[in-house]
Design a protein around this ligand. Structure first.
Ligand code: ZN
Ligand code: ZN
Length: 480
């Protein structure tokens, strides 16, 4: 699709997430107005810097200068990590988001600028030619200047004579929203709902409101389908996972081992830490240190004090003041912690274990028969992710970490209810209860989308509804 092809009114599926689970970007054109739903970085399936770089440095399929509004529903990098490049290429419209997403976006985008810079340096060295970084910290600051915060949910805001919107609850992470875009020019009105990544409908997480199913009419609903495939079904409840974690921690500490929890810096780290506090915080006989070792995770833990109110604020305060908890920011302190053999609980990043301090902890504890690795949620879908290799090769005697085989002796468990994505059950419940003309499935593998479409069509007809379910494709257009 070339620039000139964006002419008729409708939704243009311009991003990689039309075919994949990463790189979210959808353009809505209505008369003279152009809006974007997110602008995320593409993260290669095989963790290849070159593949990611090639896709992220491609020309935008529209003129960035012509975009009026960019809606950001949550700050994960695959949903906002390409915005600084959009700004670098001329975007000067408004970035519409929630207060908490704006707060975290600053930390995550600055961290991302550092990473894209480092990846460009590695690529230049590896291939002997100049790979310019996708963007720099200065582009991130220009991006942050364009943010306009709207913090009330279930209230329609008018941005101009034509464009209005409202946020709906989304439990994907703190500050997340779904967005309904309302476009009207007097003679024609179009309403588009975008779920972004959607969190669970029923699991009670700390600090989050369960995701809501929109009851109002929409011409089109765009829904994510990460867990669309039926083989992702799990019948576990959060209570089960919490009990499992409690028993695992007690067993491992008794045999003088340590627990290693690879966690994403934002939302998962804080949820797991709070869960551990719930279980052991008031038990004076529980003396094991609980370590959060990651600069970014600690930074976001700090931000939580500015993001939470009322009871949530008090709870988080208690968690941070729990005498067992230690936040490790500096590299030197991390090194010391790694060398210390006291049994402990370690929460570190990255969640996929592809880089960060978690890799060192895994090198040490994977070979310890008394220790345990605990995954929470998605761990990647192929062997290029260390998290996937550990989680899915329990019987293998060795696992390669940075190309060196490490004895695979530690126990390994997974707590699936901590995933930040709606389960297959939730997706079917949500997608079959809508008041819409069309439901478009995005942000999932083709198998996942096709499988979910089948389930949804059955459930929709059982609900006596008739709307169409469409699996997205890259460069697809849904005209108004
Ligand atoms: Zn997300
Ligand atoms: Zn996503």
């Amino acid at each position: 699709m070339s620039k000139k092809k964006i002419n008729g009114d409708g939704i243009y599926f311009t991003g990689e997430s039309s075919n994949d689970v990463t790189g979210s970007q959808y353009l809505v054109k209505f008369g003279e107005k152009k809006c974007l739903f997110e602008c995320g970085l593409y993260q290669s399936k095989t963790n290849s810097y070159l593949d990611s770089y090639k896709i992220n440095s491609k020309k935008f399929k529209f003129d960035p200068e012509e975009i009026d509004y960019l809606f950001v529903c949550h700050p994960h990098i695959d949903h906002c990590g390409l915005i600084p490049r959009l700004v670098k290429n001329g975007f000067n419209g408004k970035i519409i988001t929630t207060r908490n997403t704006a707060i975290v976006m600053k930390a995550l985008l600055l961290n991302c600028a550092y990473i894209v810079n480092d990846e460009a340096r590695v690529l230049s060295k590896r291939y002997g030619r100049d790979y310019a970084p996708l963007y720099g910290a200065d582009d991130v600051y220009k991006t942050l200047d364009l943010i306009e915060v709207y913090d009330t949910y279930n209230t329609v805001f008018k941005l101009d004579d034509t464009v209005g919107f409202q946020w709906l609850n989304n439990s994907h992470c703190l500050g997340a929203a779904q967005v309904q875009l309302i476009l009207s020019n007097g003679s024609k009105t179009k309403k588009v709902m975008y779920t972004s990544d959607i969190g669970s409908l029923h699991t009670k997480n700390h600090y989050l409101q369960d995701s809501e199913i929109p009851t109002m009419f929409n011409d089109v609903v765009i829904m994510e389908s990460t867990y669309g495939s039926r083989d992702r079904i799990s019948n576990k409840t959060r209570e089960f996972d919490v009990e499992h974690l409690k028993v695992a921690v007690e067993t491992v500490l008794e045999r003088k081992g340590s627990i290693v929890l690879p966690c994403f810096s934002f939302s998962r780290t804080q949820e797991i830490l709070t869960t551990l506090y719930d279980i052991f915080g008031k038990d004076s006989s529980f003396v094991a240190p609980v370590i959060v070792d990651s600069k970014l995770s600690c930074e976001i833990c700090n931000l939580y004090s500015h993001m939470l109110y009322g009871e949530d604020f008090s709870l988080w305060n208690n968690v941070c003041q729990w005498q067992n908890v230690k936040f490790i920011i500096e590299k030197e302190d991390s090194k010391q912690c790694l060398e210390d053999n006291t049994p402990k609980i370690i929460i570190s990043s990255s969640g996929f274990c592809t880089n960060g301090r978690i890799v060192k902890y895994l090198q040490k504890y994977l070979q310890d028969i008394n220790s345990m690795i605990v995954f929470s949620g998605y761990a990647g879908d192929n062997d290029s992710f260390l998290s996937y290799r550990i989680k899915n090769n329990k019987k293998r005697s060795h696992i390669k970490i940075n190309k060196v085989p490490v004895a695979n002796r530690a126990d390994c468990i997974t707590m699936s209810t901590f995933s930040s994505h709606a389960s297959n059950f939730d997706l079917v419940e949500y997608g079959s209860a809508l008041n819409t003309n069309k439901l478009v499935l995005v942000h999932g593998s083709n198998e996942s989308k096709e499988s979910l479409r089948g389930e949804l069509e059955d459930a929709i007809s059982q609900n006596d509804s008739t709307y169409r379910v469409i699996c997205s494709n890259k460069n697809m257009v849904v005209p108004f």
